[in-house]
Design a protein around this ligand. Sequence first.
Ligand SMILES: [Zn+2]
Length: 551
Amino acid sequence: MSRIKHASFFASMVGVLGGLAPHLLAQGRQVTDADQAAGQAWWAQVKTLADDSMEGRLTGSQGYLRAAKYVVSQFDALGLQPAGVNGYYQPVKFDVTRVIADKSSVTLLIDGRKEPLVLGRDAIIGARGIQPKSITAPLVFIGYGLHLPEAKYDDFDSPEMPFSSLKGKIVVYINGGPGELSGALKSFARTSPLAKALADAGALGSISIGTPKSMDFPWDRVAANASQPGMRLAADPKDAAVAARHPALADLHGTMFSATFNPAEAEKLFAGTGHTFDELLELADAQKPLPRFDLKKSLTASVTTENSAVESPNIVAKLEGSDPSLKNEYVLLSAHLDHLGVGKSVFAGAMDDASGVASVLEIARTFSKNRERPKRSMLFVIFTGEEKGLLGSRYFAGRPTVPETAIVADLNLDMFMPLFPLKKLHVQGLVESTLADDARAVGAAHSIEIAVDPEPDRNSFTRTDQYSFVQAGVPSLAMKFGWTKDSPEYKAWRQWLAQRYHSAEDNLSQPVDTAAAAQFDSFLADLARRVANNPGRPHYVESSFFHRFEK
Ligand SMILES: [Zn+2]
């Protein structure tokens, strides 16, 4: 909370100064005819990728493959080199699980009394991991569920609830964390450390509760998306080698119950404990410490799933660098092609992430037309499986198609949200590596303010493909159009999340500032070129927690 307060205080000061000395501030560039034309070319790509004929580009679907063929045809037409395994393609295998809610049940057991829960209304069962067919276990509340011994913070091991006491239990936690931990660190703890802590403690499962503040869209949409197939990377002979090099990228293939509880119904979990969810929510919203305690009830569940397998490729294209030695190193520009497929209607995913793929294609065009090649090689990488948990990028980061140590940076684009003029960018990973200096320098040349994410509790840092590279120790950035709290731009962003994010309304009939998108592409092309031309490689800064993953 303190971070957010400071950010808005600073922003309001900038506003005051802005009235006095506008030339000191990032006001964005004038929109030129060239921006307009480039914006139209970008939008034409979005229209193709988010067309109904692409059927929402679900990982492994015919629609996805059709979109992938289009992307390959574009790379080929630009004269780029295929840099996958089969030409431009890097095939990825997935195990698929669909939870059949009608044939599953979840019931609370309180003093021998049964209180059945309504799946969809009260809770949803997770589809990403391997669910047990049936389970009965006591419930315990462990605060924020953060396991960060490196940062001397551990909800899995407290005097009131020691690590050894979690064996055989289902742990319940609230998404969020105390103010003293950075947003990136809290987000990190929700990924591999959580899975590992659950397994190491011998817990049988976990239930997470989102706080209304941290939820991007209403519970109804969470429940509607619960019938989406969940996916995992299929077990692979190289798994052990990848896990040995990058423990953070290791996949756990064990059975673990997981569910998400509707915060509006969460009081049911806390009844009879002397605590209320309301009281805990207030503490969580204030980023204060949470108590840990026995929930004095058990949960019994039976879970029916349909299981299958699919293959779906990443796409990799290369533009060779001009320097005889630096051309053996690579700067990655990436975005994800997959989206949510077809529900009641097509999930077009125009912003998520046809917009990012369109930008990669247009930036690749800029590079290929320019006679002056960057010194390092550029690798344009389009991922599958992002919506299923960053799986395509995880696979690529662990099994890159170029030598692993030759990847110097990843610049990732995932719904960068050109809904209004470009004056500011919110950048994920900004405080972690020297890429921040490059972003700030290029931002200054483009009159764009470069800022950290003012909403770290949304976990954006770990919710987009650059995070797979962070876990592999590669300096990485991801960015979105920024705003000032409570401005019209902020309202447009929140409105977009509430109305369109992961809904059928993220389609081609939404208002988009195409000229601003083109200005963003121009910024990113310059940033990529600068990183590719710098004599030295970017690196993590000593103060970054993620420094430890760097090789
Ligand atoms: Zn998405």
